[in-house]
Design a protein around this ligand. Structure first.
Ligand code: NDP
Length: 335
């Protein structure tokens, strides 16, 4: 039976590759939730999506109002939602100063975490009605998981502190980091990815039993050529894929990464809830340095099988997770 899947950020990188993979697999209606509808239409043409297999709905993740409008418009289509896949993100490593959304939050906090949090909450009841393997996914990252080399060896390290910064943002202060410290764009991204993974564990604890929804996060591998790295300088964008491919072995093509996320959307292999999925691909050992994930040698790169990756202790911290949940509710106006 045809499954309806919403994918945020479907017009680029991993999102676009996932649309392609689901289209190849067949049996999906894809709702492309995007900030630029014309770009998404071009992508749909480029991928040769059959007209009835997709629709495009505008979603500006830097605005809570836009998230609400999106949900209203989706509900008005009358489609039964079977999977919500939160994939869009911004990575802003090269800004000397933070950028703020019209709602007053640092951009990566809102685009990557808060707006997806709101989207998940507003679509929960609809998804729970699905009789067709309901799933809710938020894409995570090795960089938000400090018990892995990718997240634990290269500064800055993801860390939400005591969430004093997020609390201050809610109170209207122009704070840029959830931990309340000085602005560091790369850390904002990693922190938001940690928040994504913590949110999935919270969603599982709070909703899985009652709704039967499968909640998952995943690390697709290092897709070194996507537009995510648009703020990086030219030499880095040239060198990074080569380094990831030949030195660390953590590199994965956009196409393969898309197949991985499509697996989390629909495959039997990923039907367990509350899991952070990763792939045991070709990551290498260079000297004493093991570019693997969570102690699992060879994880992340091309090839390999899906496995359950252990989230970091901070990610599994229940007290912090509850606090993040409550503050996020407050931030998006749900309390
Ligand atoms: P891209 O930059 O290619 O894709 C990001 C998507 O998010 C784009 O479609 C973009 O829209 C959309 N987006 C950005 N800002 C907004 C906004 N304000 N409102 C709505 N949509 C927005 O990056 P990737 O494909 O690499 O990233 C996809 C996911 O994969 C992210 O969650 C990222 O954290 C994760 N990831 C990526 C890794 C990598 O190595 N690339 C590694 C680990 C995780 P538009 O098309 O208009 O630009």
């Amino acid at each position: 039976k045809n499954r309806t899947v919403i994918i945020t950020g479907a017009s680029s990188g991993l999102g676009k590759a996932t649309v392609a993979a689901l289209n190849n697999a067949g049996g999906h209606h894809i709702v492309m939730a995007v900030r630029d509808a014309a770009k998404a239409e071009q992508v749909a043409q480029e991928l040769g999506l059959p007209a009835k297999s997709y629709s495009i709905l505008e979603l500006q993740l830097d605005s809570f109002e836009s998230v609400k409008t999106f949900v209203r418009k989706f509900k008005a289509t009358g489609r039964q939602l079977d999977c919500l896949c939160c994939n869009a993100a911004v990575y802003l490593p090269n800004q000397p100063v933070p950028t703020f959304t019209p709602d007053g939050y640092e951009e990566s906090v809102q685009v990557n975490h808060l707006s997806h949090f709101l989207l998940c909450r507003l679509l929960m009841a609809d998804l729970a009605k699905s009789k067709n393997d309901p799933r809710m996914i938020i894409v995570g990252s090795i960089t938000g998981n400090t018990n892995t080399v990718g997240g634990g060896a290269v500064a800055p390290f993801a860390n939400l502190g005591d969430l004093k910064g997020l609390e201050a943002m809610i109170d209207g202060e122009q704070k840029s980091m959830m931990d309340g410290k000085e602005y560091w764009g790369a850390k904002c991204y990693k922190d938001s990815k940690l928040a994504n993974m913590m949110t999935v564990l919270q969603l599982h604890d709070r909703y899985h039993e009652d709704t039967g929804i499968t909640f998952s996060s995943m690390y697709p591998g290092c897709i070194a050529e996507t537009a995510l790295f648009r703020q990086k300088r030219g030499w880095f964008r040239w060198f990074f894929p080569i380094f990831m491919k030949f030195v660390t072995g953590g590199y994965v093509s956009q196409e393969e990464a898309g197949e991985r996320l499509a697996q989390v959307v629909s495959s039997e292999d990923c039907s367990e809830s509350g899991v952070y999925w990763a792939w045991n691909g070709g990551a290498k050992t260079v000297g004493w340095y093991d570019f693997s994930m969570g102690g699992v040698r060879g994880a992340g790169g091309a090839g390999g099988k899906v496995f359950k990756c252990n989230p970091s202790a901070e990610c599994r911290d229940k007290v912090l997770g509850d606090k993040l949940w409550e503050l996020s509710e407050e931030a998006v106006g749900m309390t």
